[in-house]
Design a protein around this ligand. Structure first.
Ligand SMILES: [Zn+2]
Length: 430
């Protein structure tokens, strides 16, 4: 599969870090960002690369050549085949793709070199093939969804709406942000918009929203913009700490699983009304600490209100949108949400018969944790479950995790006990 790397951006906002080299040549750990990215691709067999260059592009060409030589910094072979597309006249970031149409005859990866990434590309491409759309966007939750562009998807991951920073957004929304990595079908290049410059997001991808052909692929792997000096410093710190590479899902992950009612939000019995959803004090701080720790933050919650017919799937999604919006307003995010909609006892009015089953996912069964472990390559023995009830402790133990009970008065055999979520997280991270 061919990979196109867009390396033509100017990056004026980090001129204070480096003004005389193109942004992808800025060094992290002594090695240009673009070299880290090419190495990430090479190590996974993606060796057929086209780099589109414009501003100061000769610096990139001089450094990498055709990819057959050795790195001037590390001395190791690049081990790839590189072609360049030189944008003599700026064509917008998608203009080059139309010029490269003859080479891009199969699905291809399109990567924005302005961000730092280390991801499992096979997994991303497999998802694209399985969904069968024309384009798949790599998405993730970030720490500032309130000023990021957002994607609104249906339950199958199809993008219904594409909201830019400036667009009006719903009160509550999922923290689902476009990370600038794509798998695209060459079918998208069949008809070039008849403008001089072509903008990828605005003219090619955004119009696909709502068509059923644009998909989101949500992943907790590391993709960060380094567009400001502060963000660049943060990326350097993450790189030095090994976080960038460790988050690649080809590596085993660690997670902190979180119960919802009574752990994240105030316990009100069966929560049916979105207005009753209220975060407990310091929960955003606790989740932020997990986000900064190298553990994934994954919610696992029993929601028998679905089986009981008291809350619809759509209403539950909206409650979770509220949770994500409140967390996101304070810089915190969940990497994934799992819920069990089932309930074992039937015979009630208004219930949904097919959900009245003895399932494998309702805590204390470990089904949701095991599903998450399969989805994100998690080592459960290195992971934790935090909750306020016996079912949480037992589900954690049944999955082979360590456990924290957020209730000083009970003992269900948990490994640690805490008063609040933030205290629980502090004890795990100590
Ligand atoms: Zn279930």
């Amino acid at each position: 599969m061919k990979t196109v790397i867009m390396a033509g951006g100017r990056g004026t906002r980090i001129a204070s870090v480096a003004s005389d080299i193109p942004k992808p040549m800025i060094k992290i750990n002594g090695v240009p960002v673009l070299e880290h990215e090419i190495e990430c691709l090479r190590s996974q067999g993606y060796t057929d690369i086209i780099i589109t260059v414009s501003h100061l592009g000769h610096i990139i060409k001089d450094y990498f050549g055709d990819g057959s030589g050795n790195s001037p910094v590390t001395g190791k072979p690049f081990g790839v085949r590189i072609e360049y597309y030189d944008e003599a006249t700026p064509l917008g970031n998608a203009g080059a793709l139309f010029e490269l149409r003859d080479e891009l005859i199969e699905d291809f990866l399109l990567l924005n070199a302005d961000s730092v990434f280390d991801v499992d590309f096979d997994r991303f491409v497999a998802h694209h093939r399985k969904s069968g759309g024309l384009a798949t966007l790599f998405t993730h939750p970030n720490s500032h969804p309130y000023d990021s562009g957002l994607l609104i998807t249906d339950r199958e991951g199809r993008v219904d709406r594409w909201l830019t920073k400036e667009d009006e957004r719903p009160t509550y929304y999922r923290n689902c942000v476009n990370a600038g990595l794509h798998v695209l079908s060459p079918k998208l290049l069949e008809k070039r918009p008849d403008t001089e410059k072509v903008d990828l997001d605005r003219q090619i991808l955004k119009p696909l929203a709502g068509s059923g052909k644009l998909y989101a692929y949500s992943s907790p792997e590391y993709v960060r913009d380094m567009g400001t000096p502060e963000r660049y410093e943060a990326v350097c710190r993450d790189f030095a700490a090994g976080t960038v590479q460790a988050r690649n899902l080809r590596n085993k992950q660690r997670a902190i699983f979180l119960d919802r009612d009574g752990t994240i939000n105030r316990y009100v019995g069966f929560l049916r009304n979105i207005d009753e959803f209220e975060l407990l004090p310091d929960v955003t701080e606790a989740v932020r600490k997990i986000n900064g720790s190298g553990y994934l933050a994954i919610l696992v919650t029993n929601q028998p209100v679905i089986a009981r017919g008291e809350v619809t799937y759509e209403e539950l999604d909206e409650i979770h949108n509220k949770m994500e919006t409140l967390l996101g307003a304070d810089g915190a995010y969940l990497d994934a949400i799992y819920y069990c909609p089932h309930h074992p006892h039937s015979g009630y009015e208004g219930e949904i018969k097919e959900l009245k089953i003895d399932c494998d996912c309702r805590k204390p069964k470990p089904g949701m944790l095991i599903k998450a472990a399969n989805d994100f390559n998690i080592d459960l023995s290195q992971s934790w479950m935090i909750g306020d009830g016996e079912n949480d402790v037992l589900a954690g133990k049944n999955a082979g995790c360590c456990t924290v009970l957020v209730d000083q008065k009970q003992n269900f055999g948990q490994d640690l006990t805490a008063t609040t979520l933030v205290e629980a997280v502090d004890k795990i991270l100590k």
